[in-house]
Design a protein around this ligand. Structure first.
Ligand code: SAM
Length: 281
């Protein structure tokens, strides 16, 4: 079987199984299997595959049929300016979170050394992206999941930052290290009703620990705000990614805890997604 034939077969198989964007997925899978860029594949459609590659292609296709996200099948996802290794222990980095990076960089002057904490680091996509752009800063990243911390460490190493970021496997509730200039967090913030309505790709494959924010979705946002009140310096910044309907409740919790709201930004779909706030006292 050649590239062209396997692409057609693969596309038809995914189409029959109601997978969105079947052609793109089979191209990416073939590119992984034969370890060639997609352009190279398209320029050499008559190249024949060997048997082990055909079997690997079929194996990945079966995983995709089960709605496993492409980022887990391929093992990576592009985020901000970099490539991050991903597996089922971590949330797949989202374009919405790039907005949080964009906003955060505005509060980190290029040539100053600020002390940063990333709460719920997952793949490490936030902290690695920030330190790549602001190498003078010192960062700690924490996560309750040891498997996530291991993925984040691997990503830091991949980007030559293993000695610049301190990764700790700990629950935010138990973390006690103070005087941060900036805390950033994309905590789990999906409420129990929305959790059940998520696409199968997310619902059945991404870690619940990274998605579920409890009954009202605010459980972990509250924890991060209350804890940040203690961990931040006065005038330190707390930058949070929030769910699309959480702006008012989150602002209320921040105000009750003596945070001033600097800015609330919307994502590309127009939903409120990022709150920048300052600890007043
Ligand atoms: C929504 S994911 C964010 C991952 C990554 N920062 C990103 O933006 O792609 C939330 C992360 O918080 C972690 N987490 C959940 N509860 C936590 C807790 N109590 N303390 C520390 N981390 C927690 C999860 O394991 C998960 O990796």
């Amino acid at each position: 079987m050649n590239y062209n034939q396997i692409l057609i077969k693969g596309e038809n198989f995914l189409k029959k199984n109601k997978i969105k964007n079947p052609y793109l997925d089979v191209e990416l899978i073939l590119s992984k299997v034969v370890n060639k860029k997609r352009e190279e594949i398209l320029l050499n459609t008559n190249t024949r595959l060997n048997r082990p590659d055909i079997l690997r292609f079929k194996k990945y296709l079966l995983r995709r049929r089960q709605k496993e996200p492409m980022a887990y099948i391929l093992g990576y996802k592009h985020f901000w300016k970099h490539k991050f290794l991903t597996n089922k222990s971590v949330l797949i980095p989202r374009p919405d979170t790039e907005l949080v990076i964009e906003e955060t960089l505005k509060y980190l002057p290029k040539y100053k050394s600020k002390k940063i904490l990333d709460v719920g680091t997952g793949s490490g996509c936030i902290v690695v992206s920030l330190i790549k752009d602001r190498p003078k800063c010192k960062a700690t990243a924490i996560d309750i999941s040891i498997k996530a911390i291991n993925v984040a460490k691997t990503n830091a190493k991949l980007h030559q930052l293993e000695n610049k970021i301190n990764f700790i496997n700990i629950d935010i509730d138990k973390y006690r290290s103070y005087n941060y200039d900036l805390i950033i967090s994309n905590p789990p913030y999906i409420n129990s009703v929305e959790l059940n309505r998520l696409d199968d790709d997310i619902k059945f494959h991404e870690p619940k620990l990274a998605l579920s924010g409890g009954f009202d979705g605010l459980r972990d946002l509250k924890k991060v705000i209350l804890k940040s009140k203690k961990l931040l310096k006065t005038n330190g910044k707390l930058i949070l990614e929030i769910g699309h309907k959480q702006k008012n409740q989150c602002s209320k919790i921040l105000n009750e805890n003596k945070f001033y709201i600097n800015k609330i930004s919307k994502d590309l779909s127009g939903a409120d997604r990022c709150i920048v706030s300052t600890k007043l006292q």
